[in-house]
Design a protein around this ligand. Structure first.
Ligand code: ADP
Ligand code: TRP
Length: 321
């Protein structure tokens, strides 16, 4: 099975990104064919500072490698190193109904967050569909917020195949129900744009102040604590196995539990969980990353050019044939 996903280089990675998508991608490299990339062309919809884009692209790449992505077991590259994707975006654009894009929540959400309305932002899902179809991906691991975009890619694959003849694999979204949406410090979806994130690579003081600011309810100490919709409970269980989760639930249901104690435990748990990754992150050199990416782009382009040649032929732009 071919698994593919990408992440925008738009700021520090947080534990919502990690559990929603990155960890699952890294786990897939052990037994599936993994395609993983940093989508810097998508980031152009909201980043207008070239120096910042370069830095954030490099940071996202280094973070992925530190967290365990192994370029020997996967294909790892930067989106703009495979220009074929923009050509495919155009072919797909011509079979994309306006209504399909008008129904996408993400466009409206981004406008509400103050990102300028542009043609690029509106057609963002078409570029994402090209990302997926160009590599023949079967499965796309994403958080719940990206499900609709993967469904657009499915629709476009089906429409392209029925209009021009069998060309593309029809992809499936891959969403882990138990961690579909990791809550942020305030209980909304954890997201860079809501300022409610717990970043992966932070110093301990920063992490402490974030954990201490997690919103809790005012249940008295001697009463059982709710577990449903409890931000602290939901965040802590991300780091526990089934048995650990059951034990934590029992502790919440028994009187006497203090949220302050749980916050301290969570702080230690997160700090220790990411300890080996922090060490690895500190040793990643820019030159090593660049070599890895160059090699990744060559492999990615080999697959991309086969799908693109088929698409070019099926739409008829190869007039010389
Ligand atoms: P952000 O909302 O912080 O800007 P991105 O849109 O860059 O995050 O998301 C990158 C990946 O991480 C996507 O697959 C997205 O679905 C996933 N993701 C982001 N936030 C969460 C979350 N809170 N819970 C689960 N998955 C998430
Ligand atoms: N839109 C995705 C996000 O914001 C990033 C993305 C771009 C992507 N192309 C993709 C994800 C292809 C999966 C597959 O998170």
């Amino acid at each position: 099975m071919r698994v593919l996903s990408g992440i925008q280089p738009s700021g520090s990675l947080h534990i919502g990104n990690y559990f929603g998508m990155m960890k699952r991608m890294i786990d897939y490299q052990e037994n599936q064919e993994l395609f993983c990339f940093v989508v810097n062309l998508h980031a152009l919809t909201s980043t207008f500072d070239a120096e910042r884009l370069r830095k954030q692209t490099y940071d996202a790449l280094g973070d992925f490698l530190a967290l365990g992505l192994n370029p020997d077991k996967s294909i790892f590259w930067v989106q703009s190193d495979v220009p074929e994707v923009t050509e495919l975006t155009w072919y797909l654009s011509n079979i994309t109904g306006m209504g399909l894009l008008e129904r996408c929540h993400s466009y409206k959400d981004k406008l509400a967050k103050g990102i300028p309305a542009s043609h690029g932002l509106f057609s963002y899902p078409v570029l994402m569909a090209a990302d997926i179809l160009l590599y023949g991906a079967d499965r796309v691991p994403v958080g719940k917020d990206q499900k609709q975009h993967v469904e657009v890619a499915r629709d476009l694959a089906l429409r392209f195949n029925s209009t021009y003849g069998e060309t593309f694999v029809v992809p499936e979204p891959d969403i882990e129900d138990t961690i579909a949406t990791v809550p942020g410090l305030d209980g909304q979806k954890m997201s860079k744009s809501y300022g409610n994130t717990i970043e992966i690579f932070v110093d301990q003081d920063n992490l402490r102040s974030k954990i201490m600011s997690i919103k809790t309810d005012s249940t008295p100490v001697n009463e059982p604590k709710p577990t449903q919709g409890n931000i602290l409970f939901d965040l802590y269980t991300l780091f526990l196995d089934e048995q650990g989760k059951a034990e934590l639930k029992e502790r919440f249901l028994a009187p006497g539990l203090r949220y302050g104690d749980i916050k301290k435990e969570l702080l230690n748990t997160i700090w220790e969980y990411f300890e080996p990754y922090r060490e690895k992150r500190a040793h990643i050199q820019k030159d090593d990353v660049i070599d890895i990416l160059k090699a990744g782009a060559v492999k990615a382009r080999t697959v991309a050019s086969e799908y693109l040649a088929k698409a070019r032929h099926n739409v008829g732009v190869d007039y010389f044939n």
